[in-house]
Design a binder for this molecule. Structure first.
Ligand SMILES: [Zn+2]
Length: 328
């Protein structure tokens, strides 16, 4: 097998590198800058150029990061490596590796919906596709993203008419910027939590157009009398920004809202269905598109999708099988 799983993560023995290793290794190829894919301590990192700023922000100013433009290739110990848009967040990549005529693609996290804050998912033909499977059940079908943006803006307008601030919760890397891109700045002032504000320059550097925002402070929000918008990460739901700033209405943007009720959202209030991962139709379309004859699935419950693909004649298993000695 061109890739195997060991205690450090997904390893390419021929190339002498890991993809999104879970621990520090000599050479790491990184699909994107989310914490569960980009760990610190590696001696060398390689990522897509458009994601290098965010990766540096995650790993520190002096992290040894090299980058490659999308679709440009580099040979590492005889293995041809290239990065291709995954449509998940800014700079997110699928990683294509080719060795002795065999092509594998590791998807990282991905989605097929259009997102103005990152390059769109690109189908990369391969023999073996390693696909994420976070929402690998037929029940997951995302609503149209423009419709959801309209709903969010209408919710904000209504809150403003009633003199309440709108607190919109979404993860600070990717989700928050996608939410911002869908907001109508004519409705009112938009504030962002510092965790979101800190990432905005990397989006500007990559030419991503986002509305004008102000880094929030409690005093600033108190001065707003007619209902401002504040975009903030879920972890800030108990923070000072949420308390004593006058009447507020809250909402949480997540794919899980499709099945999770208000009780799970707690003080994050209303739920809008916005996900940066592929839904069931997206997963099946992407996998078919690659033409792969073999698929390894990771994240979430992989069995239903593996069974469904098996019925279509595509050999599909959980990525975990690559850690068994028999697969080496
Ligand atoms: Zn991610």
């Amino acid at each position: 097998m061109l890739l195997q799983l060991d205690r450090f993560g997904l390893r390419c023995e021929a190339g002498g590198f890991y993809i999104d290793p879970s621990k520090a290794v000599d050479r790491a190829l990184i699909t994107h800058a989310h914490a569960d894919h980009a760990r610190s301590g590696c001696r060398q990192y390689l990522c897509a150029s458009s994601g290098a700023g965010l990766l540096r922000q995650r790993l520190g100013r002096n992290a040894p990061i090299e980058s490659l433009d999308y679709r440009r290739s580099r040979t590492i110990n005889g293995v041809l490596v290239s990065f291709h848009p995954a449509g998940h967040v800014l700079g997110s990549s699928q990683i294509r590796i080719e060795y002795r005529g065999e092509v594998w693609v590791v998807s990282g996290d991905y989605k097929l919906e259009a997102d103005p804050t990152c390059a769109g998912f690109e189908v990369v033909p391969c023999h073996t596709f390693v696909s994420e499977c976070t929402f690998g059940l037929p029940v997951y079908r995302w609503p149209n993203s423009e419709t959801v943006s309209r709903q969010i803006n209408e919710w904000w307008r209504q809150n403003r008419r009633e003199g309440r601030h709108s607190f919109l919760y979404g993860y600070s890397l990717g989700k928050a910027q996608r939410l911002l891109a869908g907001l109508d700045p004519d409705i009112g002032p938009i504030y962002v939590h510092p965790a979101v504000s800190d990432l905005m320059p990397y989006y500007r550097d990559e030419g991503i157009r986002l509305p004008e925002v102000t880094r929030v402070s409690k005093d600033l929000l108190r001065l707003e009398r007619h209902g401002a918008m504040l975009v903030l990460p879920p972890a800030a739901s108990g923070s000072k920004y949420v308390r004593d700033v006058g009447p507020i209405s809250s909402a949480f943007a997540s794919g899980w809202n499709l099945i999770r009720g208000a009780k799970r959202r707690g003080q994050m209030g209303r739920g809008f269905v916005v996900s940066d991962h592929a839904d069931w139709p997206g997963l099946t379309k992407a996998i078919h598109g690659t033409g792969a004859e073999r698929v390894f699935l990771t994240h979430g419950n992989t069995r239903p999708l593996a069974r469904w693909l098996g019925e279509k004649g595509i050999e599909a298993q959980s990525l975990d099988v690559l850690s068994r000695p028999s697969s080496v």
